[in-house]
Design a protein around this ligand. Structure first.
Ligand code: HAM
Length: 546
C-alpha cells in the first residue's frame, strides 16, 4: 500500500468542516481590518529564503525541501539566434502582431514569413520529437480551418493563398533525425548555434514560510506605489522537521503582512498594535480560550551590534560545554543561541544577556508605544525577553501566541517586524510587520467540534423504482433554493433509503414515487420525530428549510 509521506497527512471530512469554518471566520476578520488576499507560488528560488530568512536559521540550514531543477533547454535563445542569422542572410522576416501569434505562442511555435517564398511554422526544440511534429501539423490545420479564417478575417486571405511549410530547428549534435519526420512533410534543420541553449540549473525550494515570498512580490510588482499594503495568505508551507503532534512537514499557515514605504506609516507602532489586536479578536471569535500573548523587542541591527558583542563575551567561557549548533552559532550569529532546544544548554542560556538591555532610545520608545496601545484597547500580554523568534529578518517587535492545550508545540502563531527585509532582498525601504498562524495547531485548539460546524444535508431525496429522473429534477429545484440535498437511487429499497438518509445525517427524507409525481405533492418525513406530511412541490423548500 502506498501511504502519505511521513509528516504529511490527509485532511478528511468531517474535520475539513472545521478548517472551512476557521478559514471563513479568518477571511471575515481580515476583511474588517481591510486586509486583502495575496497568493504567491509554493516554490521559490532557494536564494530568496537564504537571503530573506537567513542561512544560520534552523529553517534554512536544516529544514528546507530543496532541489535543482536541472538544465533547461532555452528555446528563446535558439530562436533569437536562428532568426537573427536568417535576417542577416535575408532569408526571412518575422511577422508579428497578428492574432496568429497569440495562438502560436502557447504552442511555442513561430510564424516566419520567408522572403520571397512561402511562409513557414518553426518549432525550436532540443530534439525533433513526435510531439513537435504533431504541434506543427495541428497549427497548420488550425489556421486553415474555416473557424480560424472566419474568426480572423484579416489573416484569412494570406493563409488561404500559401502552402505553409513546417520546420523543426534543433541545435546540432542533439538532433533526432528519424526518417518518419520527413515523410510527414516536416523538415528538420540542424543548427550550429553559437549561444548556449541550455540554461544552467536553478536551485528551488518549497516555501518554508511565506513572508519572504510576499516581500519578493512586493518588490517585483512595485507594490510600494500602493502605499500601505495589508495582505493575507492561507496555504501550505514545508519544513523537514521531525514530525510529532502539532508538527508536520507539510503544514498550513494563515498569515498577514503590513508593508509599505515609511511615508505610508508602515513603521508606526500603531500598525504593530493593530495587528496584535486583530489576532486577539480572531482567536476570541473562534472561541479559543486561554491563549497567551508573549511580547519582546529584538531591536534594530544597530542595537544588536553591542548586544552581539556582549553575547559573544558571555558565551566565550561557556560555549565549549554547549551543543555543536550553539558552538557554531556563537561565532556566526550569536542571537540564534536562544533558539537552542537542547535541555543541557538551557541553564547557560538563562544566564546570557538579553536584547532588551541593549535597545536604543528609538526602539525602546517604539516598543513602549506598542504596549501603551495594547493596554488601551484591552489586549493582555506578557513580556518574554528570551523570545527572539527563529528567523533572521526580525527587528523590534516580536511576538508569539501560545496555548496550553497544545503540549510541546504550544505556539499557535508567531510574528513580528521585519523593517530591513525588503532591502536585504534588493528592494526599497519597506518596513513591515506580520504573523503566521499554524492552522493545524489552531484547529487543534478549537473547542468547537466538526459536529458543531458541519452542515448536514437538509433532506434525503429517495426515488422509487424508475423515478431517478423525477428525483433529480426535484433535487435540482431544491438545491437552487439553497436546500442541501443528498440524492438516493431508484434501485434502493425504501428501507435502504431510510438507512442512507440516517447515515448522511439528513433531517428529512422525501419520497419520490409515481403517485407523488402525479399529485405534485411529496411525502416528507422528519427522521428524528417520525412525523410525516404531504407537501406541494412549491412549498417544499420553505418547509424543509424550516
Ligand atoms: P514561524 O514562527 O516560523 O513564523 O511559524 C509560524 C507558525 O507556524 C508557528 O507558530 C506554528 O504555529 C506554525 N508552524 C511552524 N512550523 C510548523 C510545523 N512544522 N508544523 C505545524 N505548524 C508549524 C513564520 O513562519 C513567519 N513567516 C511569520 C511571520 C509573518 N513573521 C512576520 N510575518
Amino acid at each position: 500500500m502506498i501511504k502519505a509521506v511521513r509528516g504529511t497527512r490527509d485532511l478528511l471530512p468531517p474535520e475539513t468542516g472545521l478548517w472551512n469554518f476557521v478559514e471563513s471566520a479568518v477571511r471575515d476578520v481580515f476583511r474588517a481590518y481591510n486586509f486583502q488576499e495575496i497568493r504567491t507560488p509554493i516554490f521559490e528560488s532557494t536564494e530568496l529564503f537564504a537571503r530573506g530568512v537567513g542561512e544560520e536559521t534552523d529553517v534554512v540550514s536544516k529544514e528546507m525541501f530543496t532541489w535543482s531543477d536541472g538544465e533547461r533547454f532555452d528555446e528563446e535563445a535558439l530562436a533569437t539566434e536562428w532568426i537573427a542569422r536568417g535576417v542577416e542572410e535575408k532569408r526571412f522576416s518575422v511577422e508579428s502582431a497578428t492574432p496568429l501569434n497569440s495562438y502560436l505562442n502557447p504552442l511555442r511555435i513561430r510564424f516566419i514569413n520567408r522572403i520571397p517564398d512561402s511562409p513557414e511554422f518553426v518549432c525550436f526544440r532540443p530534439k525533433a520529437t513526435l510531439e513537435a511534429v504533431e504541434l506543427l501539423l495541428k497549427a497548420r490545420s488550425d489556421v486553415k480551418s474555416p473557424e480560424f479564417l472566419l474568426r480572423y478575417p484579416q489573416d484569412a486571405d494570406y493563409f488561404r493563398r500559401f502552402e505553409i511549410s513546417l520546420r523543426i530547428v534543433v541545435p546540432s549534435g542533439t538532433a533526432d533525425s528519424a526518417s518518419w519526420i520527413d515523410t510527414r512533410g516536416v523538415e528538420v534543420e540542424q543548427f550550429q548555434n553559437r549561444t548556449p541553449v541550455f540554461k544552467s540549473s536553478q536551485s528551488l525550494t518549497l516555501r518554508p514560510e511565506n513572508t519572504a515570498g510576499v516581500v519578493r512580490a512586493y518588490i517585483e510588482h512595485n507594490l510600494e506605489k500602493r502605499g500601505l499594503n495589508k495582505l493575507y495568505y492561507i496555504g501550505p508551507q514545508f519544513r523537514r522537521e521531525r514530525p510529532q503532534k502539532g508538527r508536520y512537514r507539510q503544514f498550513y499557515q494563515i498569515g498577514a503582512e503590513v508593508i509599505g514605504p515609511p511615508s505610508a506609516g508602515s513603521e508606526s507602532p500603531a500598525r504593530d498594535a493593530e495587528v496584535l489586536e486583530m489576532l486577539a479578536t480572531l482567536l476570541d471569535r473562534l472561541g479559543i480560550q486561554g491563549w497567551k500573548l508573549e511580547l519582546n523587542s529584538v531591536g534594530t541591527p544597530g542595537d544588536r551590534v553591542q548586544f552581539n558583542q556582549a553575547l559573544r563575551a558571555a558565551l566565550e567561557p561557556m560555549v565549549g560545554q554547549m551543543c555543536d549548533d550553539c558552538q557554531r552559532r556563537a561565532v556566526t550569529n550569536p542571537l540564534r543561541v536562544f533558539d537552542c532546544k537542547v535541555p543541557a544548554d538551557q541553564p547557560i542560556i538563562e544566564t546570557l544577556p538579553r536584547i532588551t538591555q541593549f535597545l536604543g532610545e528609538d526602539s525602546r520608545k517604539h516598543f513602549e508605544a506598542v504596549q501603551d496601545i495594547l493596554k488601551r484597547v484591552g489586549v493582555e500580554f506578557q513580556m518574554n525577553d528570551r523570545l527572539v523568534r527563529g528567523l533572521d529578518y526580525y527587528t523590534r517587535t516580536a511576538f508569539e501566541f501560545t496555548h496550553g492545550a497544545l503540549g510541546a508545540q504550544n505556539a499557535i502563531l508567531g510574528g513580528g517586524r521585519y523593517d530591513g527585509l525588503s532591502e536585504a532582498l534588493g528592494g526599497p525601504a519597506a518596513p513591515g510587520i506580520g504573523f503566521a498562524i499554524g492552522e493545524d495547531r489552531l484547529v487543534m485548539s478549537l473547542r468547537a467540534t466538526a459536529e458543531d460546524v458541519l452542515r448536514k444535508p437538509d433532506v434525503f431525496v429517495a426515488p422509487m423504482a424508475g423515478m431517478n429522473g423525477e428525483a433529480a429534477r426535484l433535487a435540482r429545484e431544491l438545491r437552487r433554493q439553497q436546500v442541501a440535498v443528498e440524492l438516493g437511487d431508484d434501485t434502493f429499497r425504501l428501507k435502504k433509503s431510510f438507512e442512507a438518509a440516517t447515515k448522511a445525517g439528513a433531517k428529512y427524507i422525501l419520497i419520490v414515487g409515481e403517485n407523488e409525481v402525479k399529485a405534485d405533492a411529496f411525502a416528507v418525513k422528519n427522521l428524528a420525530t417520525g412525523d410525516q406530511v404531504s407537501v406541494p412541490r412549491g412549498e417544499l423548500a420553505a418547509r424543509i428549510r424550516g
